[in-house]
Structure formats: structure tokens, C-alpha cells
Design a protein. Sequence first.
Length: 147
Amino acid sequence: MLNIENLTDFTIKSELLENIANSVTSREIDLTLCYNHTIQQYNKEYRHKDQATDVLSFPIENDIIISTDNNFMPLGSIVISLDFVLDKAKEFKHSSDAEMALLFIHGLLHILGYDHETDSGEMREKEALIIQNFNLPSSLIVRTEEN
């Protein structure tokens, strides 16, 4: 289940994001779409980095979950900057919906416990598989490695 909080004037096409989420987990995910100034506040508060970023992930810690039914346990929250979505979609010449999906996949894998900065390519492989399954453009990790 995907819960979306849209703090922008952008219309989110949630079906693709819901399909992506359902392809990897049955657990609840919260997604917030905001502008740079809001994500910068979150980044400063939680990561001590006073700058906007494209996507933030906040996994729910298992020790605070009371439910005994894993399907209803929330997985975590993802925050995506619309400003980054629009800029990167234009830069890489694909739709804003595709860019939103790429950032959502990236954030989703982080709340599932993947970490491209410390793993041996597992996150990149999982990301590539999801991207291929949904016929999306190059992943965030691949673009970062190419630059």
C-alpha cells in the first residue's frame, strides 16, 4: 500500500509507483513529494546536510513496531523533491513520471536495507531489474557512476 502526501501542485500518476512498490513488498510505504526547501529542511535535520537533495529514505525501525502482522507493518517513508524530478527529467530527456519512478525505486531499495555506498553491487542489480521490468530509463546509480 502506498500513501502519498503531495505538498506540491504537481499531479502524481500513482499507478506506476504503486505497481513498483507492490512488485517488491506488500508492506505500507509513505511517499511525500515536496519542493527543494522542504527536503533541504529534512536533510539538515536528519542527515546534518544543509542542502536540497533528490530523495530521502526513512526506514521504520523494527523495534518500534507493535503489529504482529508483517503485511501491515509500515516499511518506511520516502521523500522526493519535485524540483529535482523536473530538472533531471529535462536534463536526461525523459518524462517527469519516469524520473519520479527512478527516484522512488532508489528510495524504496534504501528502506528495504540496500546501500549502494557499502554493498558489492546488490542494490545496483536490484535497481536494474526493477527498471527493466517497468521499462524505465537509466537508473540513478548508473547516472551517478557515469558522471
